[in-house]
Design a protein around this ligand. Structure first.
Ligand SMILES: Cc1ncc(C[n+]2csc(CCOP(=O)(O)OP(=O)(O)O)c2C)c(N)n1
Length: 628
């Protein structure tokens, strides 16, 4: 169901930035109201990111009004706040399809629109990308402008600082807009956050700046004079801001909900030379009271009724994230050395209760995955027991830290890897498609994939007790609803479990399915049809090689099953083991294909990729038919 545009007469006139730029600036506040309402009504029907977009309405209108997009480049960091941008860039009528199968991408995507200057989803990339484009613009000499928009959460990531460090020294013309709403998904943390807060309260500084800003609109010579005297004044009144130490000209903070005010400032700044930073204050959830009151809850929303004051309550079986959260609390109750680390994903990782009950053992490292991993390494060096909770897709950011800082010294760190496998609506940038491949090749690692919730708890305890780097990777959402034993019990490392033994005779296409992770119920379903043996492998590393060799001697076909890239995944290690032992048996590896998987529900994705029981059965039957 789409939103009826006739109720938004001004927005109807601004389907593209070219049309927007034709509107009188006096009409823009009203346009912003309509854009905000349209956003609310469409996201409440589609589900998706809401509170951040509500906060960037005025900024988005101002940017497209002042800059000549798409020729000028506007790069949104993460891209979850870019729904208003999508609405104004010729995608308004498709907004109800966002994050859905075949619909609009959840984040800006270069293949979707010429207005999406950079493909995003992970945070902290905008300044590097903008600098790259500024270098290209400088070479091209067509006066192309480049703007990066980054939140006060995303800017806490190391990449943003690496990029500012570089940009300050290259002195290219570019603008960074710091969209400061004093929030990440949850409360923003860290010293930079405190620094930004200080900038806001520096009233003397602000009043001097206000005087300076008026002069900025004058003729060029006066403008230059104003800039210099302004710098002089700043030097006397406050120490240079952090950004100025990086070589940026810092302007702000300004009100991010005064659309014409932002337009005036951007117009003044548009032709300034060198790296500029504009600090814009916005309110997460702006204009929709429930989201302003609860920006964490309304960061990402399910479908809901905007007239009610609360979101529909989540019901159903416990998610793997919740199983992890309970395990964390139970384990911490018995062990004060347990330290839990999250790179800014407290809610998604199921750690809210833990953070409240064990604040001294809880560390939100900000959106800084590399740091989060090495922070755990440091703790482990000196006798603490770190548990790093991290999404599979974000662990990609901490890969070298895992190898260099944890695996080589064989440190005792547990990784609780959430969102392993297909993640649904967040699509290509967020799929947990690669972790088994990239972890499998690291010496010292123990890697486990639970087939259900109880197994997940057993494996977390096993990984925690193991003296070295261990990982438990589990999927988004809930499993088959297994009853969870509240004890903190371990399992034998490297031992698989036969779940069903085929009665078929060896020599007649007797199949064994080796399942890694939560596709086990599908494997058992298929086994009913084929009378196949099913093994819950439990461990990707160390692999139960004895079990595989035994299975190979009394079956005709081995099928491996996992929700991870086939290339380099658990199945590939099974094949390698068999070849090394000169055991000649056909192996079919079923998993994720060599392509990026777009958004949809997890069920739709499984179905499309042939990972539901019907699809798995088809793949096995096709494989059997290949026999010479
Ligand atoms: C590398 C990476 N880690 C974590 C996330 C998950 N994430 C998405 S948005 C977000 C918060 C961003 O905060 P901020 O930049 O301040 O934007 P706001 O939502 O406050 O507008 C986080 C942690 C991500 N997208 N990328």
């Amino acid at each position: 169901m789409s939103v009826n545009i006739s109720q938004y007469p001004l927005l109807a006139l601004a389907n593209t930035p070219e049309e927007l730029r034709q509107l009188p600036s006096a009409n823009l506040p009203q346009l912003c109201d309509q854009l905000r309402e349209y956003l609310l009504n469409s996201v409440s029907q589609s589900s998706g990111h809401l509170a951040s977009g509500l906060g960037t309405v005025e900024l988005t209108v101002a940017l497209h009004f002042v800059y000549n997009t798409p020729f000028d480049r506007v790069i949104w960091d993460v891209g979850h706040q870019a729904y208003p941008h999508k609405i104004l860039t010729n995608r308004r009528d498709k907004m109800h399809t966002i994050r859905q199968k075949g619909g609009l991408h959840p984040f800006p995507n270069r293949n979707e629109s010429e207005y999406d200057a950079f493909t995003v989803g992970h945070s902290g990339t905008s300044i590097s990308a903008a600098l790259g484009m500024a270098i290209a613009a400088d070479k091209e000499k067509k006066d192309r402008k480049v703007v990066a928009v980054i939140g006060d959460g995303a800017i806490t990531g190391g990449m943003a600082f690496e990029a500012m460090n570089h940009a300050g020294s290259l002195d290219k013309d570019m603008l960074i807009i710091l969209n400061d709403n004093e929030m990440s998904i949850s409360e923003n943390v860290g010293a930079l956050n405190n620094h930004l807060a200080k900038l806001l309260t520096g009233t003397l500084y602000t009043s001097i700046r206000e005087g300076g800003k008026k002069l900025l609109s004058g003729v060029p010579t006066i403008k230059e004079l104003a800039r210099r005297s302004e710098e002089h004044l700043k030097g006397m009144v406050v120490p240079g801001t952090l950004f100025e130490e990086f070589g940026f000209n810092y302007i702000g903070p300004i009100d991010g909900h005064d659309v014409n005010g932002i337009i005036d400032t951007l117009t003044n700044m548009r032709n300034l030379k060198g790296p500029q930073i504009l600090h814009v204050m916005t309110k997460k959830g702006k204009g929709y009271h429930p989201a302003e009151q609860d920006p964490i809850g309304y960061h990402g929303v399910p479908k809901f009724d905007p007239q009610t004051t609360s979101l529909p309550s989540k019901k159903g079986a416990a998610t793997f994230s919740e199983i992890f959260g309970h395990w964390l609390c139970d384990t911490a109750a018995a062990d004060q050395d347990l330290m839990a680390i999250t790179p800014a994903m407290r809610e998604g990782s199921g750690m809210v209760e833990f953070s409240q009950r064990y604040p001294k053992q809880y560390f939100d490292a900000a959106i800084a995955e590399q740091h989060a991993v090495t922070l755990g390494a440091g703790m482990a060096c000196d006798g603490l027991k770190p548990v790093i909770a991290i999404y599979s897709t974000f662990l990609q950011r901490g890969y070298d830290q895992l190898i260099h800082d944890i695996a080589i010294p064989n440190l005792d760190v547990l990784f609780a890897i959430d969102r392993g496998g297909l993640v649904g609506a967040d699509g290509e940038t967020h799929q947990g498609a690669f972790d088994l491949s990239f972890l499998n090749c690291i010496p010292h690692m123990v890697i486990m994939a639970p087939s259900d919730e109880n197994e997940c708890r057993l494996m977390l305890t096993t990984g925690y007790q193991y003296q070295g780097p261990a990982a438990v990777r589990y999927p988004r959402g809930s499993g088959c609803g297994a009853t969870v034993d509240g004890a903190l019990t371990t399992i034998t490392i490297g031992k698989a479990q036969v779940k069903y033994q085929s009665a078929q005779k060896h020599g007649s296409d007797k199949v064994a399915i080796l399942s890694f992770g939560t596709l086990l119920p599908q494997a058992l379903e298929v086994a009913k049809q084929l009378d196949a043996t099913v093994v819950d492998m439990r461990f990707i590393k160390p692999l139960d090689k004895q079990m595989i060799s035994d299975i190979a001697t009394n079956h005709d076909i081995i099928v491996t099953l996992e929700e991870n890239a086939i290339i380099g995944g658990a199945g590939s290690t099974v094949s390698q083991h068999l070849m090394t032992k000169r055991i000649m048996i056909p192996v079919l590896s079923i998993g994720l294909p060599d392509s990026f998987i777009r958004q949809g529900t997890q069920q739709e994705q499984q179905q499309e990729l042939g990972l539901d029981s019907a699809g798995i059965l088809n793949k096995i039957n096709d494989f059997i038919k290949l026999a010479p």
